[in-house]
Design a protein around this ligand. Sequence first.
Ligand code: FES
Ligand SMILES: [Fe+2]
Length: 359
Amino acid sequence: MTHEPRLTPPLAKGHISVARLADYWYVALQSNELGPRRPVQRTVLGTPLALFRDGQGRPAALLDRCPHRNVPLSLGRIHEDGHLECRYHGWRFDTSGACRAIPGLCDGAPGRAHNATAYPVRERDGLVWVYMNPDAKEVRGEPFSFEERPGYTTVRGTIDMEASLHATLENILDVPHTAFLHRGLFRKEATTEIEAEVRRGPDRVEAEFIGEPRPPGIAARLLSPSGGTVEHTDRFILPSIAQVEYRLGEENHFLITQTLTPIGDHHTRIFADISFRLRIPGFVLRPLLTPVAWHILRQDAAILRAQTENVRRFGGEQFAHTSIDLLGRPIWRLLREAERGELRSLDGGTEAQRVRMTV
Ligand code: FES
Ligand SMILES: [Fe+2]
């Protein structure tokens, strides 16, 4: 028998920063995970989806529940006609969710009541995106698009975090933890005073670090052996994009774009795209950098899991904020405003604020 600590009511506060933004695009899976023969199940915002490709290879996403007897459609297969066939009684559905065949039915034809629920889908940049409002008359905007970057090397990968979307976003874009959690890998303990400018735009918030010295860790030393300052911006774009951008000198540009998918309230999948153009050729650096990047992400995964477990154990969050926790709260405000449909327009402009900190 395990003994959970007994908490008195003042310790157990109910709030956990979970926002569920339905009217947005999220990555369901990578293009190469979706083959021509079998549907694949993925969960986005707690909603199980059956994804498949039709006869022409076009991707589709249906709610993973057959309208007939509610068996998961993802257990089915792709019929020769390109429709998704349910495993149980063989009803077949097209990419719009319309029921196209009910085997054995002689009188009548499939009607609207027999249709499955379909979600808008886009495939681009090697990713399959799903718009998480099946009832939307039209989609609002298009998925995030990756810029073409000729001459850049790109490394991609996915990692799951046992943490809310908000906690994961904050972690990716948080500087002060790097000296401790990732000790020796990119920053030492803070000694140089710099300024950070936090800018809020209509759908984003970013922090630009001004006068940041080249970090002393091995990752940075590989990039810029001669030192110098870096241009560094951390950026959040609604609903779930986290970008970290570094320029070291003229030649080195690093752009890490992490597209996050809230699988559930406390489970977030990161699709990471690390693009760089460096002094050292990409093919030399790639095998050196890739294991370091994954090591860092695994350290983040472990600390986020511990944070999530503890917040749950204590029944909610009780965070103490400081001015150098730059983006956690602005990200939360954006998520909440978006969830409530109350995004401030800022008249197309930005709001900026300067903060002093040491890095
Ligand atoms: S449950 Fe799907 S066809 Fe019957
Ligand atoms: Fe980290």
